[in-house]
Design a binder for this molecule. Structure first.
Ligand code: F6P
Length: 548
């Protein structure tokens, strides 16, 4: 059964939200805090090791009530049921969306087109476990009998970003294997990485759901050639494995069937790190830790499926995002983890969020006249405070931000961690409260500034505040808590797609550029007469002139 096709702007809740927005758009959050000493408690969800405070938002209880009504009007509950039961909700590609089955327990009844999927999933997991354990334990060896020291994941998009982010995020739990990621078709990327590697002790994982992606196949071929300078063809079997749905193409590349880890078309690339696409993760942290990552995601799945919407973290964060995107007309959202380990988290989310919800046509095929996909960006604090926070504090744009922090540091350095976390709390407070004229005046007077100086400087030192943030405070960064965090954002994406009445699980928008690149590549060899627009043609001609 497909998802309902409901234009959110035609619902009763949307109209009420429009009126409500007009009433509260200029109210200061500080005023609400002043009259309600329990505001923080009222707008906090404490679930397992997650403490999510969303009180620093431009909302009052009535706002949340109306947003929940919007979820109801858009039949969110029914949509969640379809998502988890393997209905064909990716209608434009005729596919189910069942990455949640990858982390479900074995008793799950998950089915695709009437067929149970848990047995196949367990089989692949068992294969992953035995393979990763034998590589980590040095039993599976390279062609000269030496154990592996380095792993290279060759993939792009969902076949790169998720594993790369998780391997980095869980570096603390890593073993002796060094893991590298080659993604860009830019030859300088692959050659820089090859410089660091010894073919005798390196294992290559070619990850491509389709096994037709130009970047991945080019890199895999370049690496294969490099490898064969030291080894012969028979060594390929020991050093190359693949993850793909396209078994024939993988075999055509020269990787034998027993070295292929299958995946399925009901797992979207950007949601695939839980499948064999996560082989590099399981190699770098061990299969036990990989399982804990899945376990965390499963717990978040249960929370999302079973909690009342009013206490449901992905639902609340998604509705708040709709509130800013569609009523306050905010264009982007910042993700600021206060952990260096999460340095790639925003980059990873950029694909998950923007490839999913960057759509301008609704589920009935009509052009949309309201805003959809938010722009996601961010970097870890405190570095980002010294980079772009000026704009978040005093710029002209409203940028809702998620602050993600951990109570315990992994290396136990409490002194550093307290400094880090004092910044974490201070920034959301500063964004809420700002600094009014009176306070700036007072400070300038105390510094003995002249009246002339005060008049000149005062406006520049005022912070208007009232800038919204969510605080996601987690006890400790671990495979399990990271699994929960990633699944939280996956479900937030789903909820927003349901509300916006779009298809979140296709990505036709990335095709056009790929097609044109294919044509242009041929023209470098054999130019065609003026087939492009004047600008593109001129640039190609200039490039050709300089590369002859
Ligand atoms: O960027 C488009 C895309 O299809 C992504 O959705 C996907 O994650 C990526 O390319 C890689 O695709 P594949 O795994 O098939 O090589």
């Amino acid at each position: 059964m497909a998802l309902a096709k409901i234009n959110p702007t035609k619902t009763g809740a949307w109209n009420k939200l429009l009126k409500h927005y007009a009433e509260i758009k200029s109210v200061s959050m500080k005023d609400w805090f002043a009259v309600n000493p329990n505001r923080a408690q009222q707008f906090t969800i404490h679930w397992e090791d997650f403490y999510v405070d969303f009180s620093k938002n431009r909302i009052k209880p009535e706002t949340v009530g109306l947003l929940l009504e919007l979820a109801e009007d858009c039949r969110l509950k029914e949509a969640i049921g379809k998502y988890f039961s393997g209905d064909i909700i990716n209608e434009t590609e005729g596919r189910a969306v069942l990455h949640t089955a990858l982390r479900a327990d074995n008793e799950s009844e998950a089915k695709v087109k009437g067929e149970k999927v848990m047995d196949e999933i367990s089989e692949v997991k068992a294969k992953m476990k035995s393979f990763t354990t034998s590589v980590i334990d040095g039993i599976h060896k390279g062609y000269t009998g030496r154990s592996f020291t380095d792993i290279v994941n060759i993939g792009i998009g969902g076949s790169d970003l998720g594993p790369a982010m998780v391997v980095d995020a869980l570096g603390f739990y890593g073993n002796h294997l060094r893991t590298h990621f080659v993604s860009n078709v830019d030859g300088d990327h692959v050659h820089e990485i090859l410089k660091k590697l010894n073919p005798e002790t390196t294992l290559f994982i070619v990850v491509s759901k389709s096994f037709t992606t130009q970047e991945t196949l080019s890199n895999a071929n370049t690496i294969r050639k490099w490898f064969l300078k030291s080894a012969d063809e028979t060594a390929i079997a020991k050093h190359f494995v693949a993850v793909s749905t396209n078994i024939d193409k993988v075999k055509g590349f020269g990787i034998s069937e027993e070295n292929i880890f299958p995946m399925w078309d009901w797992v979207g690339g950007r949601f695939s790190l839980w499948s064999a696409v996560g082989l590099s993760i399981a190699l770098s942290i061990g299969f036990g830790n990989f399982n804990n990552l899945l376990e965390g995601a499963r717990k978040m799945d249960d929370h999302f499926r079973n909690s009342e919407f009013s206490g449901n973290i992905p639902v609340i964060l998604a509705l708040l995002s709709v509130w800013y995107n569609n009523f306050f007309e905010a264009e982007s959202e910042a993700i600021i983890p206060y952990s260096q380990y999460l340095g790639q988290f925003a980059t990873y989310l950029q694909q998950a969020v923007m490839e999913s919800n960057g759509k301008g046509v609704d589920r009935s095929g009509n052009e949309i006249d309201y805003q959809t996909g938010t722009i996601i960006w961010g970097e870890p604090g405190t570095n980002s405070q010294h980079a772009f926070f000026q704009l978040i504090h005093q710029g002209t744009k409203l940028i809702p931000a998620d602050f993600i922090g951990f109570v315990h540091p992994l290396h136990g350095d409490r002194e550093h961690h307290d400094k880090l976390m004092s910044n974490f709390f201070a920034q959301t407070e500063a964004l809420l409260k700002g600094k009014p004229d009176s306070q700036v005046l007072n400070e300038l007077q105390q510094n003995k500034a002249s009246d002339l100086e005060i008049g000149r400087l005062l406006p520049f030192k005022v912070f208007e505040g009232n800038r919204p943030t969510n605080t996601i405070l987690i006890e400790k960064l671990s495979p399990e808590s990271l699994g929960k965090l990633i699944a939280l954002y996956e479900h937030k994406i789903f909820v927003q797609g349901v509300i916006w009445n779009i298809f979140s699980f296709d990505q036709f928008g990335v095709e056009l550029g790929k097609e044109l690149a294919g044509k242009i590549l041929k023209e470098f060899e054999k130019p065609e007469f003026q087939i492009h627009d004047n600008s593109t043609q001129n640039l190609i001609d200039h490039y050709r002139k300089l590369t002859k």
